[in-house]
Ligand binder design. Structure first.
Ligand SMILES: Cc1cc2nc3c(=O)[nH]c(=O)nc-3n(C[C@H](O)[C@H](O)[C@H](O)COP(=O)(O)OP(=O)(O)OC[C@H]3O[C@@H](n4cnc5c(N)ncnc54)[C@H](O)[C@@H]3O)c2cc1C
Length: 436
């Protein structure tokens, strides 16, 4: 069955190799990842999604959905890539404290709409990350120690299932599928819309305080203290940077979900370290949450590795604090705990993460740097030994890794069973498939 048939099967846009815009459409946000897909479909509605699935089933192809490609792995040769940018509706019910969003929505626009009602969604650090991929994978950021995983806030998921049927999945309508969709990734249907609870949060306090790298040891000590006894409302991340051509730096990023006087008081130890070179602390609305880390929003090439740390002992200090950052760009340690460590009844497949810290290593994904960056990441993870558990949040998986690293064996087995039942021909493929 020719791929050209897709052009007449859907109302949305179809781009095939040779079309002028094909390369741009197939390119994910992470420009270091190459996706040799057979075609890209910008679906217009749920019927289009069903038509793509029908075509793929008959043609023996798989369908990968990527709103943005932040989590792209490149391992999808010959797939049909679905883009959901036309599913961009955002509807905030201020009274019920609920957001209903199309599956192409990005966090920045959702937070802006929610902020207008004094509300916030449980986003991560970056405004252009897609709500759907982030939430299907669990999703954790500045709100998570207090309110838990983004997936736990989901109340309904609208999908087109592998057989092409539109469904609204809730805890009552289909408990198994609802469980899998909340943290188990994008393997179980093609999502067209999400409905999730918002939290009341008119303002918060936070920002970044930065020093020259010579202060790294002192900053690390304050980071350890702050994260050891922080209330759930306070989240603190340590950042070491080595941007080419600029002197290395160290920073503390934090958010306090409360008023500025209390936030300032809780983080007062930051002012005891001399030599501050940048300080963005201040009141923020949830819509401004991306300002804390000021991550790139334009497509960028990157190579990353996420891990969970069991403790901050001498081996961690030697490897992550005393050694130079280069050839990496960024070493980030996020304080976890709080609601992330709790197993709460009714949570989905994500479940608790009890490790107290997450580690994120980031390099610039340019071809001439890749070998050095991969080598350095291996050196670091080898040196950390038993200080890393090898498990990691689903949204921190990197190309080459498997979903098996994100779940305990029972959870993985249940996800696989649900996948086999709901998509027996394996037509839908997540960035990190639960089948491995
Ligand atoms: C700069 C940056 C910052 C980040 N910050 C955080 C953070 O603070 N916290 C955190 O938890 N994660 C973070 N992440 C990771 C991010 O959450 C994951 O990469 C996530 O998968 C991105 O979702 P997306 O929809 O934007 O990406 P995409 O790559 O477009 O989609 C990811 C996957 O989600 C699934 N999916 C998406 N849409 C659908 C759909 N409609 N139907 C079915 N499946 C679908 C698919 O499996 C798809 O492959 C960050 C990533 C980057 C690059």
């Amino acid at each position: 069955m020719s791929i050209e048939n897709l052009r007449t099967a859907v109302r949305g846009g179809v781009l095939l190799p040779g079309d002028a815009e094909f390369d741009r459409a197939a390119q994910p946000w992470n420009t270091a990842v190459v996706q040799s897909v057979a075609g890209v479909v910008e679906v217009a509605d749920a019927q289009d999604v069903a038509a793509v699935l029908e075509y793929a089933r008959r043609a023996g192809r798989v369908v990968v959905t990527q709103p943005t490609g932040h989590g792209a792995t490149g391992d999808i040769d010959g797939a049909i890539l679905v883009r959901t940018s036309r599913f961009d509706s955002i509807d905030i019910d201020g009274e019920q404290r609920v957001a209903r969003v199309g599956s192409g929505a990005q966090w920045g626009r959702v937070q802006a709409a929610a902020s207008a009602h004094g509300l916030a969604g449980l986003s991560g650090s970056n405004p252009v990350v897609g709500v759907t991929g982030y939430t299907l994978g669990g999703g954790f950021g500045w709100f998570a120690r207090k309110y838990g995983w983004a997936s736990s806030a989901v109340r309904a998921v609208e999908i087109v299932d592998a057989a092409g049927r539109p469904q609204r999945v809730t805890a009552d309508s289909d408990p198994d599928l609802f469980w899998a969709l909340r943290g188990g990734g994008g393997d179980f249907g093609i999502v067209t819309g999400l409905e999730f609870e918002l939290v009341e949060l008119p303002r918060l306090y936070g920002g970044r305080v930065m020093w020259p790298a010579e202060r790294t040891r002192e900053v690390f000590e304050v980071f350890t203290e702050l994260t050891t006894d922080a209330p759930a409302e306070l989240s603190v991340w340590l950042q070491r940077y080595q941007i080419p051509g600029i002197a290395p730096t160290v920073a503390i990023d934090f958010a306090y979900l409360g008023d500025s006087a209390e936030g300032r008081h809780l983080t007062r130890r930051l002012d005891t370290i001399d030599g501050i070179i940048a300080d963005t602390r201040g009141e923020l609305t949830p819509a401004e949450i991306g300002k804390i880390t000021a991550e790139p929003t334009d497509p960028s090439p990157s190579l990353s590795r996420g891990e969970l740390l069991t403790e901050l002992d001498d081996a961690v200090v030697k490897t992550l604090i005393e050694a130079p950052v280069a050839p990496l760009l960024n070493v980030q340690i996020r304080g976890l705990g709080g609601a992330l460590a709790e197993n709460r009844p009714g949570d989905g497949a994500r479940g608790a993460v009890t490790e107290p810290y997450a580690l994120y290593l980031l390099g610039l994904g340019l071809p001439h740097l890749l070998d050095d960056i991969r080598g350095r990441i291996t050196e670091i993870t080898d040196a950390l030994g038993t200080q890393i558990t090898g498990t990691k949040p689903y949204t921190f998986l990197a190309p080459g890794e498997s979903a098996a690293a994100a779940f305990d064996p029972d959870t993985l087995a249940r996800l696989r069973e649900i996948k086999r039942n709901r998509d027996p021909h394996n037509v839908i493929r997540a960035n990190f498939p639960v089948q491995g």
